[in-house]
Design a protein around this ligand. Structure first.
Ligand code: ADP
Length: 520
């Protein structure tokens, strides 16, 4: 049968190992080890010091010592050398050190036993057990202590490994989490394991919602014709012959926004050649694709819209200039009027294109002054009435209509665009009224109404988008860029105002502008 203390020692060591596998933190593991060692060696106090990065040792766990005095025990471990004949030399030397240190700390400690904590050849710390009275520690005590010293060393070793692994894990997680691109990590059967911040931001789907679900249900990418990219050409399930593991498509967010995403996949392959996981980088291509689309539209608008008036001007100018013809005055005047009208049209077109590109390049800068909208409307109506005989343009403003603070030239462009549209989209002529009235909350209201083809309700929002034109027969035949109302909205909103439309097909249209009144 084992002696009693051996049994207890075993029990203690077993408890410590259990605690170790339960992943108690290092401090509590060392305290548990120290406590057990003090008890089994019938001591009253104990101390564990650990090696620090600067090469020195410092107390890490203690029992039975006033915490404020711990630093005073430094002589105990300072340059402590167990040498080759470890036990005797160290014990003789260490009793002396204890006498000095305990005196300095004002604590009565009479006996000490100490052992280094070692990992391989490296001394990573020391364990000390003290008695305040009674007999000194025996060789046997030292042997008992060595089992605890080993446990403490293993605990420190494990803690270090654990720290290294978790630091590395944290570093990798931080890289993935803070990457500017969306990153997801998938299992070979496309279940989401990791979903980073950028991806949540991009898609509006949180990591909690995403993890564990198949990527093709969350990010069901589609082509612009609505075909599912994920179900038909996913490069994970249908590896392409050119080896490029990427996919691009439109993702419909829950908030209704459609974004274009491009995924690049890198499969991680183990030694046996099996895919263990797939890392996917997800990029937002919406702006790029939009810009490409706009560039295309812009090119076709410019080539189509600019070419028509230029060829009309060239045709008339060439005809009028013919040497062999002798044009009468009326024909000359008519021809020149067409040239002037087309030149005006070109001018408006170029102004709109320039304004739209300025807007894109960095917002609108307004040159503010007090503007009389009644004057401005009369001027615009007079100019445009000269371009049509089938329309009757009228202006009506109440007396002493208040001024607004605004950019005169830009507001003139706004009115020219609205009245110009009213003429363009009333092919059968009719009345076009520009009316000013006082609105609620200190606003000036200005409406431009026509009796033209009208606009379906579904298009009321979209006509203010850049390049958007209603898809009807007339719009296709009528020259236009789809920029006019986009600029109207941008200019009015830059003035702190609003623009809206009331219209129905065949019932004419009414555009309403509300602008804040100026306080002089
Ligand atoms: P554009 O007239 O150059 O096409 P706009 O941005 O001024 O561009 O107008 C956008 C679209 O809104 C037009 O193409 C047309 O379909 C529609 N629209 C604008 N004003 C009217 C109007 N007064 N009546 C009917 N449709 C209109």
């Amino acid at each position: 049968m084992l002696p009693d203390f051996r049994l207890r020692q075993r029990e203690y060591l077993l408890e410590i190992s259990r605690a170790m596998t339960a992943r108690l933190d290092l401090s509590s593991l060392l305290e548990l080890t120290l406590q057990s060692a003090v008890e089994i060696l019938a001591g009253q106090a104990g101390l564990i010091t650990l090696h620090r990065q600067d090469g020195s040792f410092a107390p890490y766990a203690s029992i039975g010592l006033p915490p404020t005095t711990l630093a005073l025990f430094e002589p105990l471990w300072h340059d402590l050398n167990f040498g080759s004949e470890k036990s005797q030399r160290a014990t003789a030397d260490i009793s002396l050190r204890l006498a000095l240190a305990s005196q300095a700390a004002g604590v009565i400690l009479r006996q000490v036993v100490a052992l280094p904590l070692e990992i391989g050849e490296e001394v990573i710390g020391y364990i000390f057990i003290f008695r305040t009275r009674g007999v000194g520690f025996s060789n046997n005590d030292q042997q008992v202590l060595s089992a605890f010293a080993n446990q403490a060393a293993i605990a420190v070793h494990n803690a270090r490994l654990y720290q290294e692994v978790s630091a590395e894990h944290e570093r990798l997680t931080a890289i993935i989490e803070n990457s500017g691109d969306g990153v997801m990590i998938l299992t070979p059967d496309r279940l989401i394991q990791t979903w980073n911040k950028a991806l949540s931001h991009l898609t509006g789907i949180t990591a909690e919602e995403a993890i564990g679900r198949p990527c093709y249900t969350l990010l069901n990418l589609r082509t612009s014709q609505g075909l599912s990219v994920c179900h038909t050409t996913c490069p994970i399930t249908h590896p392409p012959t050119d080896g490029r593991l990427s996919a691009e498509g439109i993702h419909q967010r829950a908030d209704g926004l459609a974004i274009t995403l491009a995924d690049n996949y890198s499969p991680q392959i183990n030694k046996e050649g099996r895919v263990t996981q797939i890392i996917a980088n997800v990029r937002d291509m919406t702006r790029l694709r939009e810009a490409e689309g706009l560039k295309q539209t812009l090119l076709s608008v410019i080539s189509h819209e600019l070419k028509t008036p230029v060829s009309i001007i060239k045709g008339y100018a060439g005809t009028l200039a013919r040497q062999d013809a002798n044009w009468d005055k009326a024909t000359l005047a008519d021809g020149l009027a067409v040239i002037e009208e087309e030149a005006d049209h070109l001018d408006r077109l170029i102004t709109n294109l320039l304004e739209a590109s300025r807007l894109q390049a960095g917002g609108l800068k307004l040159r503010l002054s007090y503007v009389d909208l009644a004057d401005l409307a009369t001027l615009a109506v007079d100019n445009l009435q000269a371009t049509t005989q089938s329309h009757t343009l009228t202006v009506s403003f109440p007396e002493d209509f208040p001024l607004v603070l605004g950019d005169y030239e830009r507001l003139r462009e706004v009115l020219t665009n609205l009245i110009g549209n009213a003429i363009k989209y009333s092919p059968d002529g009719g009345q076009i009224k520009v009316i000013g009235e006082l609105g609620k909350n200190e606003t000036a209201r200005l409406t431009v109404s026509d009796q033209g083809i009208g606009i379906p309700t579904a298009d009321h929002e979209r006509i203010f988008e850049r390049f958007y034109r209603v898809d009807n027969g007339l719009a296709r035949q009528t020259p236009g860029t789809g920029l006019g109302l986009f600029l109207v909205k941008a200019v009015i909103e830059a003035h702190g105002g609003r623009v809206s439309v009331k219209s129905a097909p065949g019932k004419g249209s009414l555009f309403l502008i509300e602008l804040p009144i100026a306080h002089e």
